[in-house]
Ligand binder design. Structure first.
Ligand code: ZN
Ligand code: ZN
Ligand code: ZN
Length: 143
């Protein structure tokens, strides 16, 4: 089950934010396009495409911050570009990005448990493998 737009709006209400047309638009874009890697800029573009929403950049960014503090939204870094957003209900995954062409792939985080156990043994760290991507060459570029 994916987090719904209503659940996102509830999280904003719980933080004392007023539900405006702009905030409603941000929440429905994130809920509808949950399988995409949306940047703050692409969310802003999509919100501004809706003439009723009248959203400025700071409203969109502050809404994203509030959703992140509520724990329903997380961000990851795929490379040099802007961070991308995921719903926290999206299965945890590690990203791999091609350093030549930018192609991305996702690996379920569960498959990394041996490596994470190893890191914990050696360093004592609880590692979050989903925050940053690993880079390499995709099959096309490696040929
Ligand atoms: Zn992803
Ligand atoms: Zn970050
Ligand atoms: Zn490539």
């Amino acid at each position: 089950m994916h987090i719904t737009s209503e659940a996102l709006l509830d999280a904003l209400r719980n933080q004392g934010l007023r539900i405006t047309a702009a905030r409603r638009a941000v929440c429905s874009i994130i809920a509808e396009r949950h399988s995409e890697h949306l940047t703050a800029a692409s969310i802003l573009d999509a919100v501004q495409a809706n003439p009723d929403a009248a959203a400025d950049q700071s409203t969109v960014y502050r809404t994203l911050d509030a959703l992140e503090s509520s724990g329903l939204l997380v961000h990851s870094h795929l490379g040099h570009g802007a961070a991308v957003y995921h719903l926290a209900s999206e299965a945890a995954h590690q990203h791999i990005v091609c350093s030549r062409c930018g192609a991305t792939a996702a690996v379920p985080a569960g498959g990394l448990s041996e490596w994470l156990d190893d890191l914990r043994r050696h360093t004592g760290f609880e590692v979050d493998p989903t925050h940053f991507a690993v880079t390499g060459l995709c099959p096309n570029c490696a040929r």
